[in-house]
Ligand binder design. Structure first.
Ligand code: ADP
Length: 256
């Protein structure tokens, strides 16, 4: 794609020559196309939770239902609201990331402190899982944006809780070797079969079975994790055995 930014008429060897100055806008066009695609996909994804929320609310308003059923429907409405909230948060963060990293404040980030922040949030929110931390105190800092890295760790911990039965351990650990800080989040949950272990990082991809359908989510959480980590010059991947659990890894260049 080219965009004409100036035009001129010149006389060369007695002939009129029309000149145009154009700039290459292929990259900008590609960004716009991706943005449009993302917006239409998100609007489409918003329909499912909204339809469920409207349907159940309408039913509760118009019918006399017993307390148990009422509670059941309210739980569904709550789960769908959570799903919508997660979808919007992750979508907005992805858009901000795509816009440019320059806007983000880059500082030395102490991974151990970030982990402690995430843990304090989830320990309070989820009493049904034990959250264990295995971070050595002498980890080197990484260079990055604190808010983004917090979001990435938080998405992994949120998934570890979502996809594990009550009572399971969620372990957050970190180690440093050869100028790389590696952080992992391990769960004892349902696991992921090998054929999906790469696909789950694609946007809107959710492993489709009835168990997971019960869990709120929009399939953007891991996309955001991967984008954030890649913007920081790092890598993200998973190791998992179905039925036994998963360990998600993030590796980031350490500050030397
Ligand atoms: P969401 O959780 O909103 O569906 P994510 O992008 O965070 O979206 O995850 C994509 C899919 O990967 C999930 O739908 C789930 O099937 C699978 N997944 C993610 N984390 C885990 C985990 N810790 N254990 C098992 N499956 C997981």
């Amino acid at each position: 794609w080219y965009q004409c930014i100036d035009k001129a008429i010149r006389w060369t060897d007695g002939r009129m020559v029309r000149m145009e100055i154009a700039i290459d806008i292929t990259e900008r066009k590609e960004m716009e196309r991706m943005k449009d695609e993302m917006i239409s996909a998100v609007s489409h994804e918003m329909h499912t939770p909204l339809t469920a929320m409207m349907g159940f609310t309408e039913f509760l308003l118009e019918n006399e239902v017993d307390r148990d059923l009422q509670k059941n429907y309210l739980k569904t409405i709550y789960r769908e609201t959570e799903r919508l909230n997660e979808l919007i948060t992750n979508f907005l963060q992805l858009q901000r990331l795509k816009a440019s990293m320059v806007k983000f404040r880059i500082t030395p980030v102490a991974v151990g402190l970030l982990v402690a922040d995430v843990v304090s949030l989830y320990a309070a929110a989820s009493k049904k899982h034990r959250i264990v931390v295995e971070c050595p105190p002498d980890l080197p800092p990484v260079r990055g944006n604190e808010e983004q890295l917090y979001q990435a760790i938080s998405n992994l911990v949120s998934n570890a809780i979502k996809y594990s039965p009550d009572g399971g351990d969620v372990t957050i650990g970190a180690s440093a070797a050869a100028d790389i800080v590696t952080l992992w989040v391990r769960d004892q949950g349902i696991g992921i079969s090998p054929e999906f272990q790469e696909k789950i990082f694609e946007r809107f991809f959710r492993v489709d079975n009835s168990d997971r359908r019960k869990v709120g989510g929009a399939g953007l959480g891991l996309t955001l994790v991967r984008e954030i980590v890649a913007t920081h010059g790092g890598r993200s991947w998973v190791e998992s055995s179905p039925g036994k659990g998963s360990t998600f890894f993030i590796s980031l260049p350490a500050m030397t």
